[in-house]
Design a protein. Structure first.
Length: 210
């Protein structure tokens, strides 16, 4: 009997220690003065970042631009093939990694582990970025996709989000660069991805170093 009680307590403690929290983000400020064409003019790849943090308000703007809901019907800022809405964006910082929930405009904590070095992979120069945005496509959202690894729609949809991130970062005075390099298996494990979820691209984001 005592063993049963101890086991139950152990399981309850273990479950409570697992990341489960969801944190609402502030409503994004959309009154940014930078025009689209100014952002296009100024956009360029940035790989060196200062240690200045990105505050929650700015992160809110960036995530909304990436895949936020921009219409009452739940559609988003980036298009997806056959409205599959296959794209998820994960946010990695020194405090761990979270999943962006567009409809709630919130972050769901996935892990408290700092995975930025694994996201940076062999390109260690970008590992000091305060934020990484990891763009993931769920191939199961497409019919007859199999495991989805060769489904071009996954990569096309990820590309739209990547461009949103590039332009929003520029408009907000941030720097970024789209990257394919990543240590796949450690990141997949940390983010708890299933077989049909494909890491399409990732973005280190921070304030450019002069």
């Amino acid at each position: 009997m005592n063993k049963t009680i101890l086991l139950a307590l152990f399981l309850m403690t273990g479950m409570s220690a697992m990341p489960q929290s969801t944190t609402p983000l502030p409503q994004p400020d959309k009154s940014v003065s930078t025009t689209l064409f100014t952002a296009l003019q100024n956009r360029h790849s940035i790989r060196n970042f200062t240690d200045r943090i990105i505050n929650t308000a700015t992160l809110s703007q960036l995530l909304w631009a990436a895949t936020g809901v921009n219409r009452p019907d739940g559609h988003m800022t980036a298009p997806t093939a056959v409205n599959a809405q296959d794209i998820s964006v994960y946010v990695a910082t020194k405090d761990g990694a979270s999943l962006y929930l567009p409809k709630e405009h919130a972050l769901k904590l996935i892990t408290t582990k700092d995975i930025r070095n694994d996201v940076a992979g062999r390109q260690t120069g970008v590992a000091n970025a305060p934020v990484f945005l990891i763009v993931v496509s769920d191939a199961s959202k497409f019919r007859n996709s199999g495991d989805g690894k060769m489904n071009p729609m996954c990569y096309l949809d990820g590309g739209y989000v990547s461009q949103n991130i590039c332009l929003a970062a520029t408009a907000l005075g941030l720097g970024t660069v789209p990257r394919g390099t990543i240590n796949q298996e450690p990141v997949r494990t940390a983010l708890q991805l299933n077989q049909s979820q494909i890491i399409v691209i990732n973005h280190p984001v921070g304030y450019p170093k002069d």
